[in-house]
Design a protein around this ligand. Structure first.
Ligand code: NAP
Length: 469
C-alpha cells in the first residue's frame, strides 16, 4: 500500500507516495548510524544552536505547516497552529536544558572518582501516530537528538506530507543529512527496522494493539523500548466542584482535536449531588460547538481523520445504546462526504461497556453516574488503561489525596490533562511504559554508564598492603 494523503473533510486524495523497499530502508538506517557517530561527539552548545534554528523555522513557517496538518488530518486550523508552536517550545526547552539534564552525576564511593555518564545509544526508531503528526514526532525526536542520538521516523500511513515536512525542517535548520530521516515504510516493515543492527532503541506512540506488537518485536531483538499508548481518561466531578467552570473545561478536555487525543477525557464520572446540573451545563455547551471545515477560523470540530475511524466510533456508540446507554445529544455521523461525527453525549454508561473498556477516539463523551466519592474513584480505575485523569473539586487537598489513589501516569486537579515539556508524560497499565518530556524523557534513550576511577590515595594505600575499609 502506498502512503496516501487524503483530505478527511472532503474525502479527496491529495497525494500518494510509494512505500520504500528493503534497499532504501537499509540505506537510510546505515546512513543514520554513520552520521550519529560524528553527531555524538558534538557539543551541547552546538546541538542547542541548531535546535534554536529549528524552533525559529517552525515559528516562521507556522501557517504553512499548520495548513499541511489541517489538510492531512482535518485538525482545525487554530489547533494546528498551536501544535506547531508547541513543537517550537519543545525545541527551546531541550536546547536550554539538555546539557544540564545529562551532566555526569558524581557518586561518592571507595573510588578516587566515580560517576554516571549519560552517553547516547545510537539510532532511535520512532513509530508515530497521525493525531498530532508534528508534536508526537518532535517530542520524541528532539530530546533523543539533543542527547546525541540519530532518529528515524516511521509515520502513520495517512500523514506522509507532515512527516516529510519535518525531515525537511531538520535539514533546513542545519542538522546533518540523515540524522533525522522519515522512512516511508509499511507497518509490516517495522520488524526489519527493529532487527537492523543500526537501530538501538524504539519509541512507539500509538494504539494498544500497535504497542503490544512492536514491544514484542523489540523484546525479540532486545532493543530498549518506550510505549506511549491509548487512554480512557476519567474526568471525575466531585460534589463541591465549581460546575460552570468544570463544564467549560470539560469541552476542551473531550472535544480538542475532534476528540482524537490519547489524553482526552473520555469517561465523565459524576457524583449524585452534581450529576444532573453538570449534564445540563455540559449539554448546552456541546450543542453550541460548531462542526465544519477545519480551515474555517470559527470551526470547533473538524472531521475525524479517516473513514474507518468514524465508522468504528459510530459502531461503539450503537453498541453502547444497545446495552442501555442513553444518547443526550448527537450520537450520529455528520452530513456530507467528509468523515464528520456530531459532538455527542451518552449518559448512563456502565464500566463493562465497550465504550469504557476501549478507547473512544472521537467527539463522544460517556457519562458514568457514581454513588459517592469512593465509588467515583473505583469507576475511574475500572479501565484497562492508565494514562491520565482529572479531578474537579474546590478542596485541592482532597483532590491531591484522591490523586494518590488514581491508577494513572498523570493526574490533574482542577485542570485538563495536557502535555508540557517541563513535566514527565506517560502511562501505566495498557497505556504503556516509559516517560517522554522533562528530565525523565531525555534519560530514556541514553546509556547510564557507571565510570569508576582508582584514585592516587587508593593506589598508595593498596601498595602498602593496607585496606581502605
Ligand atoms: P496506530 O494505528 O496504533 O498506529 C500508530 C503507528 O504504529 C503508525 O505509524 C502505524 O503505521 C504503526 N503500526 C500500527 N500497527 C503496527 C504494527 N502491528 N506493527 C508496526 N507498526 C504498526 O495508532 P494511530 O491510529 O495512528 O493513533 C491513534 C492512537 O495513538 C490512539 O490509540 C491514541 O491514544 C494513541 N496515542 C497515544 C499517545 C500517548 O502519548 N500515549 C499520543 C497520541 C496518540 P500505519 O499507519 O502504517 O498502520
Amino acid at each position: 500500500m502506498p502512503y496516501v494523503s487524503r483530505d478527511p473533510a472532503t474525502n479527496t486524495v491529495l497525494k500518494t507516495f510509494d512505500s520504500w523497499g528493503s534497499d532504501e530502508l537499509a540505506g537510510a538506517l546505515g546512513n543514520a548510524s554513520d552520521v550519529q557517530v560524528t553527531w555524538r561527539q558534538t557539543s551541547f552548545d552546538y546541538r542547542a544552536e541548531l535546535m534554536q534554528s529549528l524552533s525559529a523555522l517552525l515559528r516562521e513557517q507556522n501557517e504553512r505547516l499548520a495548513r499541511t496538518i489541517t489538510l492531512e488530518v482535518g485538525k482545525t486550523i487554530r489547533e494546528a497552529r498551536a501544535e506547531i508552536e508547541k513543537c517550537a517550545l519543545v525545541c527551546d526547552y531541550y536546547a536550554l536544558h539538555a546539557a544540564h539534564f545529562l551532566q555526569p552525576e558524581p557518586i561518592d564511593t571507595d573510588a578516587g572518582k566515580s560517576y554516571v555518564d549519560f552517553s547516547p545509544l545510537g539510532v532511535v526508531l520512532a513509530v508515530m501516530p497521525w493525531n498530532f503528526p508534528f508534536w508526537q514526532v518532535m517530542r520524541a525526536a528532539v530530546p533523543a537528538i539533543m542527547a546525541g542520538n540519530a532518529c528515524v521516523l516511521k509515520p502513520a500511513s495517512n500523514v506522509p506530507q507532515c512527516a516529510l515536512s519535518i525531515e525537511l525542517l531538520f535539514r533546513e535548520a542545519g542538522f546533518p543529512e540523515s540524522l533525522f530521516r522519515t522512512l516511508l515504510i509499511e507497518a509490516d516493515r517495522v520488524e526489519a527496522a527493529i532487527a537492523s543492527p543500526h537501530v538501538r532503541a524504539v519509541t512507539v506512540t500509538g494504539s494498544e494493539a500497535a504497542g503490544r506488537s512492536i514491544a514484542a518485536l523489540a523484546g525479540r531483538h532486545l532493543k530498549k523500548c518506550v510505549l506511549e499508548l491509548g487512554g480512557s481518561d476519567a474526568f471525575v466531578v466531585l460534589g463541591d466542584a465549581d460546575l460552570e467552570f468544570t463544564a467549560q473545561m470539560a469541552i476542551s478536555a473531550r472535544f480538542q482535536n475532534a476528540g482524537q487525543s490519547c489524553i482526552a477525557a473520555k469517561r465523565f464520572i459524576l457524583v449524585p449531588e452534581v450529576a444532573d446540573g453538570f449534564i445540563a451545563l455540559f449539554k448546552r455547551r456541546v450543542e453550541a460547538l460548531k462542526v465544519g471545515l477545519p480551515t474555517d477560523e470559527g470551526t470547533h470540530i473538524g472531521p475525524l481523520a479517516r473513514e474507518d475511524l468514524r465508522d468504528q466510533l459510530h459502531a461503539q456508540v450503537l453498541d453502547a445504546v444497545a446495552a442501555g446507554a442513553v444518547p443526550v445529544v448527537g450520537c450520529r455521523p455528520g452530513a456530507g462526504d467528509g468523515f464528520f461525527y456530531e459532538p455527542s453525549i451518552l449518559d448512563h454508561a456502565q464500566p463493562g461497556m465497550a465504550i469504557c473498556q476501549q478507547e473512544l477516539f472521537g467527539p463522544v463523551a460517556a457519562i458514568l453516574r457514581a454513588q459517592n466519592e469512593q465509588d467515583a474513584l473505583r469507576l475511574a480505575n475500572e479501565t484497562p488503561f492508565g494514562l491520565g485523569a482529572s479531578l474537579w473539586t474546590k478542596d485541592t487537598l482532597r483532590g491531591e489525596r484522591l490523586a494518590r489513589a488514581m491508577e494513572a501516569g498523570l493526574v490533574f486537579v482542577n485542570g485538563i490533562v495536557k502535555s508540557d515539556p517541563r513535566l514527565p508524560f506517560g502511562g501505566i497499565k495498557n497505556s504503556g511504559f516509559g516517560r517522554e518530556l522533562s528530565y525523565h524523557g531525555i534519560r530514556e534513550f541514553v546509556n547510564a554508564k557507571t565510570v569508576w576511577v582508582r584514585g592516587l590515595r587508593q593506589r598508595t594505600v593498596e601498595r602498602r598492603g593496607q585496606s581502605l575499609h
